[in-house]
Design a protein around this ligand. Structure first.
Ligand SMILES: Cc1cc2nc3c(=O)[nH]c(=O)nc-3n(C[C@H](O)[C@H](O)[C@H](O)COP(=O)(O)O)c2cc1C
Length: 362
């Protein structure tokens, strides 16, 4: 039976355990560049023992950033600073992954530490015009977004492809496409955000076009040994919105395109969503995708305890556990879990600490 410390193979990549750091925006970049902060943020969690670290939503073009301080990968100049992060992570036995993203209608917002967090950044102050499937505002402020033309949509798919190439060049060994949380990708999927009547909107088959095309193009561009993940908002939690059944059908299509794992999140398309937040509240979504679409699934959302995480893997509800806030609080959580679960596997913490801590275990 598999457990939290059973390695996971995805194409040519082996994760030393089933613990992944969920992508989390750090809002610590200028012009998209990674900084010392990223090295420390990722480096600490690599030392702490996670199997996979997925770097935050990383803009495939400048207007695809949520804030002016988001990480980017739209130009070759971004590569060296990212490579510094991936080298350290690899050296410490963790696998560096990256989430390629476009913020769509939710772009050009102030970062959380700004005096007016989440407010639209006016264009004359360094902001930009958000774009989306439909000229419909998401927040209460800011301009009505630009409705993308078909050539513009295709150009964004191409930006994902170019970004994936740079990601590999920068040393990332796992690539994830961000199609969740009401950002550009998800906004094409959800009928709550997409009111188009062309080949990219309307019936299910049209709304998934942007995702399937982008996944196919990125898969074809990636080396065979690099796994491709897709993060979905598996349900909008709103009547008339995107559903888990839609996600299962989409996961089947993505599997055919060579996608390796669905990272199962939810929400973000509507402020009316009634989300049943609680321990492991999205695990059932991963379980359904894994079972009904026959593809590997990642579970995320309020997974905080070693036994809880181990049971998710042991009961085959998911193949990977992604953790966000608990790994911010406790970067060495994987080591704690290894001790709590009395794992027989080799220790996961960096060798520089392992010799000292192995004594403490007795
Ligand atoms: C500070 C912060 C930043 C986040 N940024 C992203 C992001 O860049 N991309 C993404 O898909 N989810 C993002 N999320 C959501 C997390 O990846 C995760 O799905 C969510 O926090 C639930 O997991 P948790 O309960 O373990 O924190 C973010 C969450 C936090 C707390």
């Amino acid at each position: 039976m598999a457990g939290l410390f059973t390695p996971l193979e995805l194409r040519g990549v082996t994760l030393r355990n089933r613990i992944a750091m969920s992508p989390m925006c750090q809002y610590s970049s200028e012009d998209g560049f990674a900084t010392d902060w990223h090295l420390v943020h990722h480096g600490t969690r690599a030392v702490g023992g996670a199997g996979l670290l997925i770097a935050e939503a990383t803009g495939v073009e400048p207007r695809g950033r949520i804030t002016p301080n988001c990480l980017g990968i739209w130009k070759d100049e971004h590569i060296p600073a990212l490579r510094r992060v991936t080298s350290f992570v690899l050296e410490h036995g963790s696998v560096p992954g990256i989430q390629l993203a476009h913020a769509g209608v939710k772009a050009s917002r102030h970062r959380p530490i700004h005096p007016t967090p989440n407010k639209f950044v006016p264009i004359e102050q360094g902001g930009w015009m958000p774009v989306g499937p439909t000229a419909k505002r998401f927040g209460r402020d800011g301009p009505v977004p630009h409705e993308l033309t078909i050539p513009e949509i295709r150009a964004i798919s191409d930006s994902f492809v170019a970004a994936a190439g740079r990601a590999v060049e920068a040393g990332f060994r796992v690539v994830e496409l961000h199609f969740a949380h009401g950002y550009l990708g998800h906004s094409f999927l959800s009928p709550l955000m997409n009111e188009r009547t062309d080949g990219y909107g309307g019936p299910f088959d049209h709304r998934v076009t942007f995702l399937i095309d982008t996944a196919r193009l990125v898969r074809n561009a990636l080396p065979d040994d690099i796994p491709l993940l897709v993060r979905l908002s598996c349900t909008d939690w709103v009547e008339g919105g995107w559903t888990i059944e839609d996600s299962v059908e989409t996961a089947k299509l993505l599997k055919r395109e060579g996608v390796d794992l669905i990272d199962c999140s939810s929400g973000g398309a509507s402020r009316r969503a009634d989300i049943p937040v609680g321990p492991g509240y999205q695990v059932a979504l991963a379980e359904q995708i894994k079972r009904e679409a026959g593809i590997a699934a990642g579970a995320v959302g309020l997974i905080t305890e070693p036994r809880q995480a181990d049971a998710i893997i042991g009961e085959e509800r998911a193949d990977l556990v992604l953790m966000g806030r608990q790994l911010l609080r406790e970067p060495y959580w994987p080591h704690r879990a290894w001790v709590d679960l009395a794992s027989e596997r080799p220790p996961v913490i960096a060798r520089e600490y392992a010799w000292a801590l192995s004594e403490a275990r007795r």
